[in-house]
Write a protein that binds this ligand. Structure first.
Ligand SMILES: Cc1cn([C@H]2C[C@H](O)[C@@H](COP(=O)(O)OP(=O)(O)O[C@H]3O[C@H](C)C(=O)[C@H](O)[C@H]3O)O2)c(=O)[nH]c1=O
Length: 185
């Protein structure tokens, strides 16, 4: 596993070594020791897996507020997503900034999203499956969100009228959302 991009004071875009042969490929999708060497020392406690049937399905922007904040290690095992993170750590020099990444089943790339970020993605093809590890368990009472289309963020989503859950239609704007107090949670 190697780092191919670092940004927003902690976000890592990762790429595994892919062993291809006449049968197909083999890769190590998770190596705790290698991640630790890259600075991701968190212990993951839950694996998530979602399927989005339609292209243009947008899930986000979500985060769990402290003390249930989650770091996420995201990858795509079928299809493709435009994966977005927003820095919501008030003390961060990149507070309020966002970045988008192309994660696909064919580029094998993974995104490490530390605690203190809102996270969301928009699928680019039908039947897209996203799998991700989190370093804190699901806690509905700490579940928070930011409106995907907040004009103050102006995220360049690939779809202007995405498929959304009712919940994702109703999140507050970035300026009205709960932010993290510090970088270290
Ligand atoms: C997140 C989560 C959800 N659920 C249940 C709750 C609902 O009954 C159902 C769907 O939940 P939700 O609509 O919140 O799923 P997504 O819209 O994919 O949410 C995720 O979307 C963005 C991309 C994220 O980064 C978060 O991991 C997560 O919030 O799964 C669970 O049982 N455990 C969980 O950890």
């Amino acid at each position: 596993m190697k780092v191919i991009d670092r940004c927003l004071n902690g976000v890592l875009l990762l790429e595994p070594v892919v062993h291809g042969d006449h049968r197909g490929f083999f890769l190590e999708s998770f190596r705790r020791d290698q991640l630790k060497d890259l600075g991701v020392a968190e212990e993951f406690v839950q694996d998530n897996h979602s399927l989005s049937a339609e292209a243009g399905t947008l899930r986000g922007l979500h985060y769990q507020k402290p003390p249930a904040a989650q770091g996420k290690l995201v990858r795509v095992t079928s299809g493709a997503i435009y994966d977005v993170v927003v820095d919501i750590r008030k003390s961060s020099p990149t507070f309020g900034q966002w970045r988008g990444f192309l994660l696909t089943a064919s580029n094998f790339r993974q995104l490490w999203v530390p605690r203190g970020f809102a996270h969301g993605f928009c699928t680019l093809v039908p039947q897209t499956e996203v799998q991700y590890k989190v370093d804190a368990p699901y806690s509905p009472e700490h579940d928070c969100g930011i409106l995907w289309s907040d004009p103050s963020l102006a995220i360049d989503w690939p779809y202007s009228q995405p498929v959304l859950s009712d919940k994702d239609k109703r999140h507050p704007l970035f300026n009205d959302a709960e932010h993290f107090e510090s970088i270290i949670e």
